[in-house]
Write a protein that binds this ligand. Structure first.
Ligand code: HXC
Length: 516
């Protein structure tokens, strides 16, 4: 018979752990609109599915100045639970315990959750809310970070990793989220930087602010470090759940397709009204994406950064896809350094996790400019070429309008390894833009013309009709079919179903030399 006394000890010790840094500190967090570490996990997971790992773990008292410190669970709550019926591993740093600082045992617990995720093949969700290395633990804390980074890399491409930055994330600590797949950051109370305003002032003399170097807004629109901004903790968890709903649990599984039993192949003539009369007018690609995918299913990634390319997850008649589309309302849709980085990273993620790629092309070229050239557009643009060519998931390209020169190849032409290329009748596919080509081909005629501008426009129209027509590319076998825009959704849905069994073998190698 189990004695009441033993049970009482267990219950008391457990209750103490649940308090974390204490009721007062938790109240302070609530007053700021923040959840506690445990509350975050309990909100993420379905009721009664959370199982904690290592709740009793604490630091060793040998550390400088920590002998009398109580640090429940060593400042991080770790475990597994269910999200929408699928298991997920997670950890949540507890700011009420020594500012959520990371020591050796804190790091070991994080690694335990990551190792569990690796063993059972499930995603990791990490709530980051930490003042960084626990100073009293010195090199042990530094080593702890090294262990976490190493494991982030070990898991990369095997299970999805999602970081929620919901508090401070400073210094080298920010490299753990950077090594994960997606970063969601809360708009208020969170910041992330390598060196903060004080260090920047001391080293460079320049005055700056936390917002300028580390806010969610800055990272989601300027640096590109953050993929999603959340209004608060609850919203961040909602975004994480939504994101997980498109992802397989690990790289050996297919994403959670929910194929509709009867394919609907009827046309959608409403799409025609979204196409401008001429290709010189910008065409907002987002309403087009929304018409092609299942209602409300488009989850845009990196919505605030590099808007000249749009990327995100969606379902097409139930099949999960990653979508990449040029957005001609921003920089005319030209590819620049940031757009190339954004696209390349998204492609590689989709390829690692068996998510088919649908590419919508409306690209006039790479963005011309001194800054682009000096900033290495060649190297960055090459990442896009490399990522498409090296990905083996099903790939379908639809040329909506412009598809010029190298930028078209960088948007996954047939030669770059796409499986099917469809073109709208509005497609313009050519080795270079019409105006540029005409200037080279008809230099003398243009010089002699009375109205040079009118002549150039006339010749450009002729060039487009003759050399850039989709029928020209189709006649050369570079385009699978020219389709009516109204049939695009049905065409994609049908083709995706067929491509799901695609198998493609590549030469064995350690890894390629992506131009990083
Ligand atoms: C140990 C720490 C700590 C740390 C804070 N605390 N930072 N304990 N190591 N790094 C403790 C505080 O003493 C306090 O304990 C509690 O956490 C809450 O901290 P406060 O300062 O009271 O909170 P707040 O005013 O909200 O300020 C939060 C903060 C500030 C802005 C994050 O604490 C701060 O600047 N901390 C130092 C950040 C930092 O420099 N970290 C080290 C980075 S070195 P009590 O007992 O009073 O509640 C690093 C290298 C990693 O991270 C390299 C990896 C590659």
């Amino acid at each position: 018979m189990l004695s009441e006394k033993l049970l009482e000890i267990l219950r008391k010790r457990h209750a103490k752990l649940l308090e974390g840094g204490g009721e007062d500190k938790l109240k302070e967090r609530h007053a700021k609109g923040l959840m506690g570490a445990r509350e975050r996990l309990l909100t993420l997971f379905q009721p009664n599915t959370f199982q904690e790992i290592g709740a009793y773990v604490e630091h060793s008292a040998k550390y400088f100045g920590l002998a009398d410190k109580e640090m429940p669970s060593d400042g991080v709550v770790v475990g597994t639970g269910y999200v929408d019926g699928r298991p997920v591993a997670a950890f949540s740093q507890d700011f009420t315990v020594m500012g959520g600082s990371l020591g050796k045992m804190h790091a070991s617990k994080i690694i335990q959750s990551m190792q569990m995720a690796l063993k059972i093949g499930v995603p990791v969700v990490a709530f980051k809310d930490s003042s960084g290395a626990r100073i009293q633990e010195g090199v042990d804390a530094l080593s702890g970070y090294g262990d976490v980074f190493y494991n982030n890399v070990l898991l990369s491409g095997v299970v999805p990793q999602i970081a929620i930055i919901a508090g401070p994330c400073a210094g080298g600590a920010s490299y753990s989220p950077a090594l994960m797949d997606y970063i969601i950051m809360t708009r208020h109370n969170a910041y992330m930087f390598i060196t903060g305003p004080e260090v920047i002032k001391a080293v460079s003399g320049r005055t700056t602010s936390l917002d300028e170097v580390g806010s969610a807004e800055m990272h989601a629109t300027v640096s590109g470090n953050v993929h999603f901004i959340a209004e608060d903790d609850r919203h961040a968890i909602q975004i994480a759940k939504n994101l997980l709903s498109y992802l397989p649990s690990n790289n050996t599984e297919d994403p959670p397709h929910r194929p509709t039993p009867d394919l609907n192949l009827s046309p959608d003539p409403g799409i025609d009204a979204l196409i401008p009369d001429t290709s010189s007018e910008p065409m907002d690609v987002k309403p087009i994406i929304h018409r092609l995918v299942d209602d409300g299913s488009f989850l845009e990634v990196h919505a605030g950064w590099a808007g000249n390319i749009v990327v995100g997850f969606a379902r097409i008649q139930g099949i999960v896809v990653g979508i990449l589309a040029n957005q001609s309302t921003v920089k005319a849709g030209a590819l620049d350094i940031d757009a190339s980085d954004k696209g390349a990273r998204f492609i590689r993620f989709c390829n690692a996790f068996n998510i088919p790629l649908v590419t919508l092309v409306d690209v006039p070229g790479f963005l011309p400019g001194i800054e682009q050239e000096r900033g290495g557009i060649i190297r960055h643009g090459a990442k896009l070429l490399f990522s498409y060519s090296s990905s083996t998931v099903p790939k379908i390209t639809v040329i909506l309008r412009k598809a010029y020169g190298g930028s078209y190849l960088a948007m996954c032409s047939q030669e770059m390894g796409t499986d099917l290329v469809y073109a709208w009748p509005t497609a313009e596919i050519a080795v270079m833009g019409a105006e540029g080509a005409v200037n080279i081909l008809y230099r003398k005629e243009l010089k002699a013309a009375e109205d040079r501008r009118a002549k150039s426009t006339e010749l450009a129209a002729e060039y487009r009709a003759q050399f850039a027509s989709p029928y020209m590319s189709a006649s050369r076998g570079y385009v699978t079919d020219v389709i009516e825009p109204a049939d695009t959704r049905a065409t994609l849905a049908l083709a995706l179903r067929k491509l799901l069994t695609k198998r493609e073998l590549r030469p064995a190698k350690k890894h390629g030399g992506i131009p990083l």
